[in-house]
Design a protein around this ligand. Structure first.
Ligand SMILES: Cc1cc2nc3c(=O)[nH]c(=O)nc-3n(C[C@H](O)[C@H](O)[C@H](O)COP(=O)(O)OP(=O)(O)OC[C@H]3O[C@@H](n4cnc5c(N)ncnc54)[C@H](O)[C@@H]3O)c2cc1C
Length: 381
């Protein structure tokens, strides 16, 4: 049977694409090699930071805004809360590039910006150790998104709108058909023919589009949580402790308030983990040395947290050389959604929607030139 569209990979971006196509009435099949909302890719771990004002620039502010609109639609139809805008504070010295870039992107898109000096930071956020030279930027359009729930809710909505989902089946190969369209070869020996195909393979992208595999680097990342000291639990709840990004010496830490019994989630932005050759072999368990940096950061910044990482778990981040996403239609006709990197979840609903628009030749209504999948070509040849 020939379908109008196939989405390969039902993680963050793929779930978004599946729902975006199904809600437009397109006959679409989604294929996922593991279970839906599994913990072996890049989208597990109970929470992801959602930033309205993205330091990466206005293109990402626009993506986040569109994601939020899409998730709000999904929340309304499913009766769940996917994104909680608890606010977010960026703390760094006045000379910080991160502060400057974040503020510039927010002002350019007319997001409300509150700038604090060290005294105000100490008053508002006593949980953080603040130095006299620190400055803070408050972004009300920031918060937390629940990744597993966002994925399952989008897939359930897509199925309700007519999408077909195959879980536990791997795509081995995509063949371009002479007469147009593609044949998808599955690991159980089956084949599916389709007019359009969207690849949203996360860390496996290079295997699905081998002609671009050298553009993607997959790195180890770890998830970890920290418990408040006894009696200090309420200080780290969302109403008193917003999402944070904190530049500290040579590292940038980020974190989310306690939203469940796992505690405060903290990670380090600058700790590029080792390269991973085979994403399927990425270890779930975490070695003690992998946690030393984040535990030291926690001990330096938070008097109220026990600086011992809890519930550590392996994850993966996929990056391009310039760290921008790769989104576009390839010469083969395949639509590529390589959202990638350490900040892709908040954009994934919009990225999925872009994939759907590209697949059915609808105006993306956003400038995608920054994400051109062939932008590395001249330096490769
Ligand atoms: C530790 C950590 C912290 C992060 N923090 C944040 C944050 O705070 N905020 C934020 O916005 N982002 C964050 N990110 C990044 C964000 O989570 C990722 O960018 C995003 O989840 C990637 O989504 P994806 O759809 O590209 O990949 P995935 O969700 O991994 O989806 C890819 C899917 O494709 C499937 N697949 C691959 N190959 C095949 C095949 N051949 N056949 C069938 N299925 C296949 C995989 O099994 C997988 O389910 C973080 C990432 C990590 C690792």
């Amino acid at each position: 049977m020939r379908h109008e569209a196939v989405v390969i990979g039902l993680g963050a971006a793929g779930a978004g694409a599946l729902w975006a196509l199904a809600r437009r009435g397109v006959s679409v099949v989604g294929i996922e090699q593991f279970d839906i909302a599994h913990d072996r890719g890049s989208s597990h771990g109970r929470s992801r930071l959602f930033r309205g004002g993205a330091a990466e620039g206005v293109a990402y502010v626009d993506l986040a805004r569109r994601s939020l609109e899409i998730w709000r639609d999904l929340e309304a139809s499913a009766g769940v809360e996917l994104v909680s805008l608890v606010g977010g504070v960026t703390i760094a010295t006045a000379e910080s590039e991160l502060l400057r870039r974040t503020e510039t992107a927010m002002r350019e898109r007319e997001l409300p910006v509150d700038v604090f000096d060290a005294d105000e930071l100490r008053r508002q956020f006593p949980q953080h150790r603040i130095r006299d030279e620190d400055r803070g930027l408050l972004d009300a359009a920031t918060g937390v998104v629940r990744p597993e729930l966002a994925i399952t809710t989008a897939i359930d909505a897509a199925v309700a709108a007519g999408a077909v989902v195959h879980g536990g089946i791997r795509v081995d190969r995509i063949e371009q058909l002479a007469g147009g369209g593609h044949r998808i070869m599955l690991d159980d020996g089956d084949e599916i023919e389709t007019s359009r195909v969207i690849v949203a393979g996360g860390a496996w992208t290079g295997r699905l589009v081998p002609e671009l595999s050298s553009d993607f680097i997959v790195r180890r990342a770890v998830l970890s949580w920290f418990q408040p000291k006894p009696g200090r639990e309420s200080e780290f709840l969302p109403d008193r402790f917003p999402v944070f990004t904190r530049e500290d010496q040579s590292v940038t830490g980020w974190g989310a308030p306690t939203i469940d019994d796992y505690g405060v989630k903290i990670g380090l932005h600058d700790q590029a983990g080792y390269e991973i050759d085979d994403p399927a072999a990425n270890r779930a368990d975490v070695a003690a040395w992998e946690l030393e940096g984040v535990e030291a950061f926690c001990a330096r910044q938070f008097d109220g947290l026990e600086p011992v990482a809890r519930h550590p778990r392996g994850c993966m981040i996929t990056v391009t050389r310039d760290e921008h996403f790769s989104i576009g239609t390839l010469e083969s006709g395949v639509v590529l959604l390589a959202a990638c990197s350490g900040h892709g979840f908040k954009h994934s609903a919009a990225v999925g929607d872009l994939g759907a628009r590209l697949a059915i030749d609808e105006d993306p209504e956003l400038d995608l030139s920054l994400f051109d999948p062939y932008r590395f070509r001249t330096t490769q040849q």
